[in-house]
Design a protein around this ligand. Sequence first.
Ligand code: CP3
Length: 347
Amino acid sequence: MKNTLQNDLVLRAARGENIERYPVWLMRQAGRILPEYRAVRSSLSGFKELVETPRFAAEVTVQPVDILGVDAAIIFSDILVVPEAMGLEYQMLESKGPWFEKTIKTEEDLKYAEVDFDVEDRLGYVLEAIKLTNQELNGRVPLIGFAGAPWTIFCYMIEGHGSKTFSESRKMLYTNPVLAHNLMDRITKVTIKYLQAQIKAGAHMVQVFDSWAGILGTEQYATFSMPYLKQIADAIQEVPLTIFSKGAMSSLEDIANLDCNTIGLDWNMDIPEFRKVIGDKRTIQGNLDPCALYSTHDEVKKLTNKLLDSFTSKRHIVNLGHGVYPDVDPEKVKTFIQTVKDYAIKY
Ligand code: CP3
Protein backbone atom coordinates (compact mmCIF):
# COMPACT_ATOMS: atom_id res chain seq x y z
CA MET A 1 0.00 0.00 0.00
CA LYS A 2 1.29 3.46 -0.87
CA ASN A 3 1.68 6.07 1.84
CA THR A 4 -0.03 9.41 1.49
CA LEU A 5 2.73 11.84 0.61
CA GLN A 6 3.37 14.97 2.65
CA ASN A 7 5.53 16.46 -0.11
CA ASP A 8 4.49 15.50 -3.63
CA LEU A 9 5.99 18.55 -5.42
CA VAL A 10 8.11 16.40 -7.74
CA LEU A 11 5.07 14.41 -8.86
CA ARG A 12 2.92 17.49 -9.40
CA ALA A 13 5.71 19.22 -11.34
CA ALA A 14 6.11 16.09 -13.48
CA ARG A 15 2.40 16.06 -14.30
CA GLY A 16 2.32 19.78 -15.05
CA GLU A 17 0.05 20.51 -12.10
CA ASN A 18 0.24 23.55 -9.88
CA ILE A 19 3.27 23.88 -7.56
CA GLU A 20 4.11 26.38 -4.81
CA ARG A 21 7.84 26.24 -5.59
CA TYR A 22 10.18 24.29 -7.84
CA PRO A 23 11.12 20.84 -6.49
CA VAL A 24 14.79 19.84 -6.34
CA TRP A 25 16.79 16.63 -6.07
CA LEU A 26 20.19 15.49 -7.43
CA MET A 27 21.11 12.61 -9.67
CA ARG A 28 23.52 10.34 -7.75
CA GLN A 29 22.54 12.01 -4.48
CA ALA A 30 22.48 8.65 -2.69
CA GLY A 31 26.10 7.98 -1.99
CA ARG A 32 29.63 9.18 -2.38
CA ILE A 33 29.30 12.83 -1.40
CA LEU A 34 28.03 12.03 2.08
CA PRO A 35 30.40 10.92 4.88
CA GLU A 36 27.37 9.10 6.31
CA TYR A 37 27.21 7.02 3.10
CA ARG A 38 30.92 6.26 3.19
CA ALA A 39 30.57 5.09 6.80
CA VAL A 40 27.89 2.55 5.86
CA ARG A 41 29.81 1.54 2.73
CA SER A 42 33.10 0.96 4.57
CA SER A 43 31.43 -1.32 7.11
CA LEU A 44 30.60 -3.69 4.23
CA SER A 45 32.59 -5.78 1.76
CA GLY A 46 31.86 -3.38 -1.08
CA PHE A 47 29.37 -1.63 -3.35
CA LYS A 48 27.52 -4.80 -4.30
CA GLU A 49 26.84 -5.85 -0.74
CA LEU A 50 25.31 -2.42 -0.17
CA VAL A 51 23.17 -2.68 -3.31
CA GLU A 52 22.07 -6.21 -2.49
CA THR A 53 21.23 -5.73 1.19
CA PRO A 54 17.82 -4.01 1.34
CA ARG A 55 18.17 -2.53 4.83
CA PHE A 56 21.50 -0.86 3.98
CA ALA A 57 20.30 0.26 0.54
CA ALA A 58 17.23 1.78 2.20
CA GLU A 59 19.39 3.50 4.83
CA VAL A 60 21.59 5.29 2.26
CA THR A 61 18.55 6.13 0.12
CA VAL A 62 17.01 8.05 3.01
CA GLN A 63 20.26 9.85 4.00
CA PRO A 64 20.03 12.68 1.42
CA VAL A 65 16.42 13.34 2.44
CA ASP A 66 17.47 13.72 6.10
CA ILE A 67 20.78 15.48 5.53
CA LEU A 68 20.32 17.52 2.35
CA GLY A 69 16.58 18.15 2.39
CA VAL A 70 15.86 17.06 -1.19
CA ASP A 71 12.27 16.80 -2.44
CA ALA A 72 12.63 13.19 -3.60
CA ALA A 73 14.58 10.06 -2.75
CA ILE A 74 16.09 7.85 -5.47
CA ILE A 75 16.49 4.19 -4.65
CA PHE A 76 20.11 3.25 -4.04
CA SER A 77 20.98 0.69 -6.69
CA ASP A 78 22.68 0.66 -10.10
CA ILE A 79 21.65 0.35 -13.71
CA LEU A 80 23.96 -2.71 -13.94
CA VAL A 81 21.68 -4.93 -11.88
CA VAL A 82 19.68 -5.53 -15.08
CA PRO A 83 22.46 -7.06 -17.22
CA GLU A 84 23.45 -9.11 -14.18
CA ALA A 85 19.92 -10.48 -13.78
CA MET A 86 20.00 -11.37 -17.50
CA GLY A 87 23.13 -13.46 -17.04
CA LEU A 88 26.19 -11.21 -17.01
CA GLU A 89 27.60 -10.88 -13.54
CA TYR A 90 29.44 -7.62 -12.80
CA GLN A 91 31.99 -6.50 -10.27
CA MET A 92 32.48 -2.95 -9.10
CA LEU A 93 36.23 -2.47 -8.99
CA GLU A 94 37.50 0.04 -6.46
CA SER A 95 38.25 3.37 -8.20
CA LYS A 96 37.97 1.68 -11.61
CA GLY A 97 34.25 1.16 -11.99
CA PRO A 98 32.21 -1.71 -13.41
CA TRP A 99 33.75 -4.83 -14.87
CA PHE A 100 31.98 -7.79 -16.51
CA GLU A 101 33.79 -11.12 -16.89
CA LYS A 102 31.66 -12.14 -19.88
CA THR A 103 30.35 -9.92 -22.68
CA ILE A 104 28.10 -10.33 -25.72
CA LYS A 105 29.98 -10.66 -29.01
CA THR A 106 28.06 -13.31 -31.01
CA GLU A 107 24.57 -14.86 -31.30
CA GLU A 108 25.90 -17.71 -29.17
CA ASP A 109 26.50 -15.26 -26.30
CA LEU A 110 22.80 -14.40 -26.15
CA LYS A 111 22.52 -17.20 -23.61
CA TYR A 112 23.87 -14.53 -21.24
CA ALA A 113 21.03 -12.22 -22.17
CA GLU A 114 18.04 -14.08 -20.75
CA VAL A 115 14.56 -12.62 -20.98
CA ASP A 116 12.15 -15.19 -19.59
CA PHE A 117 13.00 -15.16 -15.94
CA ASP A 118 11.17 -13.91 -12.88
CA VAL A 119 12.31 -10.31 -12.37
CA GLU A 120 10.67 -10.19 -8.94
CA ASP A 121 12.85 -13.10 -7.91
CA ARG A 122 16.24 -12.14 -9.38
CA LEU A 123 15.87 -8.43 -8.59
CA GLY A 124 13.83 -9.00 -5.45
CA TYR A 125 16.49 -7.26 -3.36
CA VAL A 126 15.79 -3.93 -5.12
CA LEU A 127 12.04 -4.35 -4.66
CA GLU A 128 12.54 -5.15 -0.98
CA ALA A 129 14.75 -2.04 -0.63
CA ILE A 130 11.97 0.06 -2.20
CA LYS A 131 9.43 -1.26 0.31
CA LEU A 132 11.76 -0.67 3.27
CA THR A 133 12.64 2.82 2.06
CA ASN A 134 8.98 3.82 1.83
CA GLN A 135 8.46 2.54 5.36
CA GLU A 136 11.36 4.67 6.59
CA LEU A 137 10.34 7.72 4.57
CA ASN A 138 6.84 7.40 5.94
CA GLY A 139 5.45 9.60 3.17
CA ARG A 140 7.91 12.49 3.62
CA VAL A 141 8.89 12.58 -0.09
CA PRO A 142 8.28 10.43 -3.17
CA LEU A 143 10.66 7.61 -4.04
CA ILE A 144 12.10 7.48 -7.56
CA GLY A 145 12.85 4.13 -9.20
CA PHE A 146 15.13 3.85 -12.21
CA ALA A 147 16.73 1.75 -14.92
CA GLY A 148 19.29 2.27 -17.65
CA ALA A 149 18.01 2.83 -21.18
CA PRO A 150 18.47 -0.17 -23.50
CA TRP A 151 21.23 1.55 -25.49
CA THR A 152 23.26 2.37 -22.37
CA ILE A 153 22.85 -1.15 -20.94
CA PHE A 154 23.78 -2.57 -24.37
CA CYS A 155 27.06 -0.62 -24.19
CA TYR A 156 28.05 -2.33 -20.92
CA MET A 157 26.93 -5.78 -22.12
CA ILE A 158 29.08 -5.49 -25.27
CA GLU A 159 32.07 -3.68 -23.82
CA GLY A 160 32.15 -5.16 -20.32
CA HIS A 161 33.38 -1.95 -18.72
CA GLY A 162 33.29 1.82 -19.11
CA SER A 163 34.77 3.45 -22.16
CA LYS A 164 35.12 6.94 -23.62
CA THR A 165 33.95 5.89 -27.08
CA PHE A 166 32.14 2.55 -26.64
CA SER A 167 33.47 1.79 -30.11
CA GLU A 168 32.90 -1.98 -29.75
CA SER A 169 29.22 -1.28 -29.15
CA ARG A 170 28.97 1.17 -32.04
CA LYS A 171 30.90 -1.26 -34.24
CA MET A 172 28.19 -3.89 -33.76
CA LEU A 173 25.53 -1.49 -35.01
CA TYR A 174 27.35 -1.56 -38.38
CA THR A 175 28.67 -5.13 -38.48
CA ASN A 176 25.73 -7.04 -36.97
CA PRO A 177 22.62 -4.87 -36.68
CA VAL A 178 20.41 -7.98 -36.39
CA LEU A 179 22.22 -9.12 -33.25
CA ALA A 180 22.20 -5.54 -31.94
CA HIS A 181 18.42 -5.25 -32.33
CA ASN A 182 17.91 -8.69 -30.85
CA LEU A 183 19.89 -7.75 -27.74
CA MET A 184 18.24 -4.32 -27.47
CA ASP A 185 14.84 -6.01 -27.68
CA ARG A 186 15.73 -8.39 -24.86
CA ILE A 187 17.02 -5.58 -22.64
CA THR A 188 13.83 -3.61 -23.31
CA LYS A 189 11.55 -6.49 -22.32
CA VAL A 190 13.39 -7.02 -19.03
CA THR A 191 13.57 -3.27 -18.34
CA ILE A 192 9.81 -2.86 -18.73
CA LYS A 193 9.15 -5.76 -16.37
CA TYR A 194 11.69 -4.37 -13.92
CA LEU A 195 10.27 -0.82 -13.92
CA GLN A 196 6.76 -2.21 -13.50
CA ALA A 197 7.96 -4.31 -10.56
CA GLN A 198 9.54 -1.21 -8.98
CA ILE A 199 6.24 0.66 -9.37
CA LYS A 200 4.33 -2.25 -7.84
CA ALA A 201 6.81 -2.26 -4.93
CA GLY A 202 6.15 1.45 -4.31
CA ALA A 203 8.22 3.67 -6.65
CA HIS A 204 6.22 6.88 -7.14
CA MET A 205 8.03 7.95 -10.29
CA VAL A 206 10.64 6.32 -12.54
CA GLN A 207 13.61 7.61 -14.52
CA VAL A 208 15.39 6.04 -17.47
CA PHE A 209 19.09 6.96 -17.77
CA ASP A 210 20.47 6.96 -21.32
CA SER A 211 23.92 8.04 -20.17
CA TRP A 212 25.65 7.19 -23.46
CA ALA A 213 23.05 8.68 -25.79
CA GLY A 214 25.51 11.38 -26.83
CA ILE A 215 27.92 9.00 -28.58
CA LEU A 216 25.38 8.01 -31.25
CA GLY A 217 24.66 10.07 -34.35
CA THR A 218 21.10 11.29 -34.84
CA GLU A 219 20.18 8.58 -37.32
CA GLN A 220 21.62 5.78 -35.23
CA TYR A 221 19.91 7.11 -32.13
CA ALA A 222 16.64 7.05 -34.08
CA THR A 223 17.28 3.44 -35.14
CA PHE A 224 18.87 1.89 -32.07
CA SER A 225 17.57 3.82 -29.08
CA MET A 226 14.30 5.61 -29.85
CA PRO A 227 12.15 2.54 -30.73
CA TYR A 228 13.12 0.95 -27.43
CA LEU A 229 12.58 4.11 -25.40
CA LYS A 230 9.16 4.31 -27.07
CA GLN A 231 8.28 0.78 -25.95
CA ILE A 232 9.23 1.71 -22.39
CA ALA A 233 7.30 5.01 -22.49
CA ASP A 234 4.22 3.26 -23.86
CA ALA A 235 4.40 0.56 -21.18
CA ILE A 236 4.85 2.86 -18.17
CA GLN A 237 1.51 4.50 -17.50
CA GLU A 238 0.94 4.22 -13.75
CA VAL A 239 3.46 6.82 -12.54
CA PRO A 240 5.32 9.78 -14.09
CA LEU A 241 8.27 8.84 -16.31
CA THR A 242 11.46 10.86 -16.82
CA ILE A 243 13.78 10.22 -19.74
CA PHE A 244 17.32 11.51 -19.36
CA SER A 245 19.28 11.06 -22.58
CA LYS A 246 22.62 12.64 -21.88
CA GLY A 247 24.07 14.45 -24.87
CA ALA A 248 21.18 13.58 -27.18
CA MET A 249 20.98 17.16 -28.45
CA SER A 250 19.51 16.51 -31.86
CA SER A 251 17.05 13.85 -30.67
CA LEU A 252 15.47 15.85 -27.85
CA GLU A 253 12.43 16.92 -29.79
CA ASP A 254 11.68 13.30 -30.72
CA ILE A 255 12.14 12.25 -27.11
CA ALA A 256 9.68 14.94 -26.03
CA ASN A 257 7.17 13.38 -28.41
CA LEU A 258 7.31 10.08 -26.51
CA ASP A 259 4.63 9.39 -23.92
CA CYS A 260 6.66 10.59 -20.95
CA ASN A 261 6.21 13.40 -18.41
CA THR A 262 9.70 14.79 -17.96
CA ILE A 263 12.78 15.27 -20.12
CA GLY A 264 16.13 15.48 -18.33
CA LEU A 265 18.59 17.95 -19.82
CA ASP A 266 22.35 17.96 -19.30
CA TRP A 267 24.19 21.22 -18.76
CA ASN A 268 25.15 21.63 -22.43
CA MET A 269 21.55 22.12 -23.32
CA ASP A 270 19.81 25.45 -23.26
CA ILE A 271 16.57 25.39 -21.26
CA PRO A 272 14.91 28.48 -22.85
CA GLU A 273 15.75 27.18 -26.34
CA PHE A 274 14.31 23.75 -25.59
CA ARG A 275 11.22 25.28 -23.98
CA LYS A 276 10.59 27.19 -27.20
CA VAL A 277 10.67 23.92 -29.12
CA ILE A 278 8.46 21.81 -26.85
CA GLY A 279 6.21 24.47 -25.37
CA ASP A 280 4.55 23.45 -22.13
CA LYS A 281 3.77 19.86 -22.97
CA ARG A 282 6.61 18.31 -20.93
CA THR A 283 8.38 19.03 -17.66
CA ILE A 284 12.08 19.82 -17.93
CA GLN A 285 14.53 18.42 -15.37
CA GLY A 286 17.99 19.86 -14.82
CA ASN A 287 20.42 21.29 -15.53
CA LEU A 288 23.05 23.07 -13.44
CA ASP A 289 26.60 22.08 -14.42
CA PRO A 290 27.73 19.63 -11.67
CA CYS A 291 31.02 21.57 -11.61
CA ALA A 292 29.18 24.76 -10.60
CA LEU A 293 29.08 23.21 -7.11
CA TYR A 294 32.86 23.65 -6.86
CA SER A 295 32.46 27.45 -6.80
CA THR A 296 31.90 29.57 -3.68
CA HIS A 297 28.58 29.53 -1.80
CA ASP A 298 27.79 32.98 -3.21
CA GLU A 299 28.50 31.82 -6.75
CA VAL A 300 26.42 28.66 -6.28
CA LYS A 301 23.54 30.86 -5.18
CA LYS A 302 24.00 33.22 -8.12
CA LEU A 303 24.28 30.44 -10.70
CA THR A 304 21.25 28.65 -9.28
CA ASN A 305 19.16 31.84 -9.32
CA LYS A 306 20.28 32.50 -12.88
CA LEU A 307 19.09 29.03 -13.87
CA LEU A 308 15.73 29.57 -12.13
CA ASP A 309 15.34 33.00 -13.75
CA SER A 310 15.66 31.36 -17.17
CA PHE A 311 12.49 29.31 -16.62
CA THR A 312 9.35 30.53 -18.37
CA SER A 313 7.02 27.84 -17.02
CA LYS A 314 6.16 26.01 -13.82
CA ARG A 315 6.97 22.70 -15.51
CA HIS A 316 10.41 22.25 -13.97
CA ILE A 317 12.17 19.86 -11.63
CA VAL A 318 15.51 21.35 -10.62
CA ASN A 319 18.51 19.04 -10.74
CA LEU A 320 22.10 19.01 -11.97
CA GLY A 321 22.87 18.30 -15.62
CA HIS A 322 24.39 14.92 -14.59
CA GLY A 323 25.20 13.10 -11.35
CA VAL A 324 26.81 15.00 -8.49
CA TYR A 325 30.60 14.49 -8.40
CA PRO A 326 31.94 12.55 -5.40
CA ASP A 327 34.28 15.25 -4.09
CA VAL A 328 31.70 18.05 -3.98
CA ASP A 329 31.24 19.63 -0.54
CA PRO A 330 27.77 18.63 0.78
CA GLU A 331 27.46 22.18 2.17
CA LYS A 332 27.53 23.50 -1.42
CA VAL A 333 24.80 21.03 -2.30
CA LYS A 334 22.76 22.41 0.61
CA THR A 335 23.24 25.95 -0.71
CA PHE A 336 21.99 24.82 -4.13
CA ILE A 337 18.93 23.16 -2.59
CA GLN A 338 18.12 26.06 -0.26
CA THR A 339 18.39 28.57 -3.12
CA VAL A 340 15.81 26.59 -5.09
CA LYS A 341 13.53 26.35 -2.05
CA ASP A 342 13.75 30.10 -1.39
CA TYR A 343 12.97 31.06 -4.98
CA ALA A 344 9.58 32.68 -5.57
CA ILE A 345 8.01 31.00 -8.56
CA LYS A 346 6.63 33.39 -11.19
CA TYR A 347 4.28 31.02 -13.03
O1 CP3 B 1 21.21 8.48 -8.01
C1 CP3 B 1 21.46 7.84 -6.97
O2 CP3 B 1 21.95 8.37 -5.97
C2 CP3 B 1 21.04 6.39 -6.90
C3 CP3 B 1 22.11 5.48 -7.12
C4 CP3 B 1 22.74 5.30 -8.49
C5 CP3 B 1 24.01 4.71 -8.61
N1 CP3 B 1 24.26 4.51 -9.92
C6 CP3 B 1 24.88 4.33 -7.48
C7 CP3 B 1 26.33 4.18 -7.71
C8 CP3 B 1 22.26 5.53 -9.79
C9 CP3 B 1 20.98 6.20 -10.25
C10 CP3 B 1 23.24 5.01 -10.69
C11 CP3 B 1 23.06 5.01 -12.14
C12 CP3 B 1 24.17 4.64 -13.01
N2 CP3 B 1 25.13 3.69 -12.81
C13 CP3 B 1 24.38 5.20 -14.29
C14 CP3 B 1 23.50 6.23 -14.96
C15 CP3 B 1 23.70 7.59 -14.43
C16 CP3 B 1 24.98 8.26 -14.88
O3 CP3 B 1 25.78 8.60 -14.02
O4 CP3 B 1 25.13 8.47 -16.09
C17 CP3 B 1 25.54 4.59 -14.83
C18 CP3 B 1 26.16 4.88 -16.17
C19 CP3 B 1 25.98 3.61 -13.88
C20 CP3 B 1 27.11 2.66 -14.01
C21 CP3 B 1 28.14 2.88 -12.96
N3 CP3 B 1 27.96 2.63 -11.60
C22 CP3 B 1 29.45 3.36 -13.14
C23 CP3 B 1 30.05 3.77 -14.46
C24 CP3 B 1 30.07 3.39 -11.88
C25 CP3 B 1 31.51 3.74 -11.53
C26 CP3 B 1 31.77 5.18 -11.62
C27 CP3 B 1 31.04 5.97 -10.56
O5 CP3 B 1 30.14 6.72 -10.94
O6 CP3 B 1 31.37 5.82 -9.39
C28 CP3 B 1 29.10 2.98 -10.92
C29 CP3 B 1 29.30 2.89 -9.45
C30 CP3 B 1 28.31 3.54 -8.57
N4 CP3 B 1 26.94 3.51 -8.75
C31 CP3 B 1 28.59 4.23 -7.36
C32 CP3 B 1 27.36 4.63 -6.82
C33 CP3 B 1 27.12 5.35 -5.52
C34 CP3 B 1 29.98 4.42 -6.76
C35 CP3 B 1 30.37 3.17 -6.06
C36 CP3 B 1 30.98 3.40 -4.72
O7 CP3 B 1 30.25 3.61 -3.73
O8 CP3 B 1 32.20 3.33 -4.66
